[in-house]
Design a protein around this ligand. Structure first.
Ligand SMILES: NC(=O)c1ccc[n+]([C@@H]2O[C@H](COP(=O)([O-])OP(=O)(O)OC[C@H]3O[C@@H](n4cnc5c(N)ncnc54)[C@H](OP(=O)(O)O)[C@@H]3O)[C@@H](O)[C@H]2O)c1
Length: 283
């Protein structure tokens, strides 16, 4: 099997690690050499003719998308459309990675794969447009939604909490926004497992369980030897930002679990992340 991994951010790097340990051929395409917003990408994919393309390239600056929705749409919808067109021409399958933010996130709700989407921010609209565009171009398609992704080297929430704690000594964290923290290596392994099934469709591959930003921050601090740091829970209304994320876009992994694909509880994943990234061992 020949797997083309597009993008080398948090998820792309984790996918590369997962596939390096498997008896498959891997190609990785990343910026600046490779830009998915170029329509010629369809020809490049068709010429390479891999068996599977996993798109881990994306515009992930959620707040930045508000001031440049065209930029976000180009990377998150047009780029994946070109990849899907290339796949259709060479018979490859595509994994399109999407987000929990495609749901409205009404308080108290959780969302299964079949639930109605309703994207509000510019970022979420671009990701949802990507889901629609790839589905129009290709049948051999996995749409994999993840949430609150964190992994090595990324500018993710746990890393920001640790940096903020070390810089400020105390933190204020939103306590009324909920999601599923998802560890990039766990999501990457789950995606590889899914691809092996050949069962196309929409999946929610998130670590098990959900929490508030405040609960996640507390667990990150405790797991990285910073449990003494004071954290004040605040309302999202006290944390002004250009985009308003859905407050309760909690995903349920029903379709993946039915195939035996489950990710471990998010707390365990956070503990491993802290050990790997910050070399901190529990006594
Ligand atoms: N991060 C989250 O919390 C989160 C939550 C839910 C869903 N997701 C989804 O999960 C997927 C993976 O996210 P991630 O956190 O791994 O993202 P990431 O770390 O930000 O990596 C994204 C990668 O895409 C590359 N990229 C951007 N524009 C590109 C272009 N035009 N052509 C080629 N490559 C381009 C970036 O390159 P540069 O570094 O050079 O810009 C970067 O390597 C994305 O689809 C994202 O929407 C993420």
């Amino acid at each position: 099997m020949h797997v083309l991994i597009v993008g080398d951010g948090q998820l792309g790097s984790a996918l590369k690690q997962v596939y390096t340990a498997k008896p498959v051929q891997i190609t990785v395409w990343a910026q600046p050499v490779f830009d998915i917003t170029q329509p010629a990408v369809a020809d490049q994919v068709a010429d390479l003719a891999p068996d599977v393309v996993i798109n881990a390239a994306a515009w992930t600056n959620v707040d930045g998308a508000e001031s440049n929705p065209d930029g976000a749409y180009a990377v998150n919808a047009l780029g994946p459309k070109y990849l899907a067109e290339g796949c259709a021409r060479c018979g490859a399958a595509l994994v399109y990675v999407s987000t929990n933010e495609v749901f409205a996130g009404a308080p108290g709700r959780s969302y299964r794969e079949y639930d109605q989407t309703s994207a509000s921010s510019a970022y979420a609209r671009s990701k949802l447009a990507g889901e629609v565009a790839v589905a129009a171009a290709l049948r051999e398609l996995y749409i994999v939604r993840v949430s609150w992704l964190f992994g090595a080297g990324g500018a993710n929430f746990p890393a920001k909490i640790i940096a903020g704690a070390d810089r400020l000594g105390a933190l204020r964290v939103v306590a009324d926004e909920f999601g599923n923290p998802t560890y990039a290596p766990d999501a990457a392994a789950a995606i590889a497992q899914l691809v092996e099934t050949g069962r196309y469709g929409t999946y929610h591959l998130v670590n098990e369980g959900w929490c508030s930003r405040y609960q996640l921050a507390r667990h990150v601090l405790e797991s990285s030897g910073r449990g003494h740091i004071e954290v004040t829970p605040i309302s999202h209304k006290e944390w002004q930002r250009p985009s308003q994320p859905p407050l309760h876009a909690v995903l349920v992994n029903q379709a993946g679990a039915a195939l035996g694909i489950r990710l471990r509880p998010w707390g365990e994943a956070v503990e491993e992340f802290c050990q790997v990234e910050f070399a901190w061992q529990k006594n």
